[in-house]
Ligand binder design. Structure first.
Ligand code: FES
Length: 160
């Protein structure tokens, strides 16, 4: 049976379609709703969104894979996102990424074998004044040092 969003999500998307100029313009809010109901946006979920918006699935997939906030494959329970755009790179973000890779034993874009951590390098988090920036699940951290990175990873790995 094909994957479907909940009735509440479908109703919300239909409401949004009435308010937006075209169904395609509802793509981002629809994908946000989908991420609340599914752990990641695989082809089946993208197809469900495409069906609701009456657009080609490849268009939904294109948007889902463009934005880093939409997971398109299984993620670790702790998502470690480190910004490596200009301001953050100038403040040492690439060193943080390399250090996180060493600490977690994975490369950027990978998930640890135990499924606990996914490490991603991402573009600007719109908090450049606090560079380098890092995002751990739902929390943003600014002015991250290597020591702070170690501390945060340790806290998350020990369940604190
Ligand atoms: S460049 Fe990293 S938050 Fe803007």
């Amino acid at each position: 049976m094909a994957v479907q969003l909940s009735e509440a999500a479908q109703a919300r998307i239909e409401q949004l379609i009435e308010r937006y100029p075209t169904p395609r313009a509802v793509m981002l809010p629809a994908l946000h709703l989908a991420t609340q109901e599914f752990p990641y946006l695989d082809d089946e979920v993208c197809q469900a969104v495409a069906d609701l918006l009456q657009v080609p699935m490849v268009d939904v997939k294109g948007v889902a894979t463009f934005y880093t906030m939409f997971p398109t494959e299984p993620q670790g329970t702790c998502e470690v996102h480190i910004c490596f755009n200009l301001s953050c790179s100038l403040q040492g973000a690439r060193r943080l990424l390399r250090r996180a890779e060493r600490q977690l034993g994975i490369e950027v874009g990978q998930t640890t074998p135990d499924g606990r951590f996914t490490l991603r390098g991402v573009e600007c988090m719109a908090a450049c004044d606090r560079a380098p920036m890092m995002y751990l699940n739902d929390e943003l951290y600014g002015n991250v040092t290597e020591e702070k990175l170690d501390e945060l990873l340790h806290q998350k790995s020990s369940g604190e």
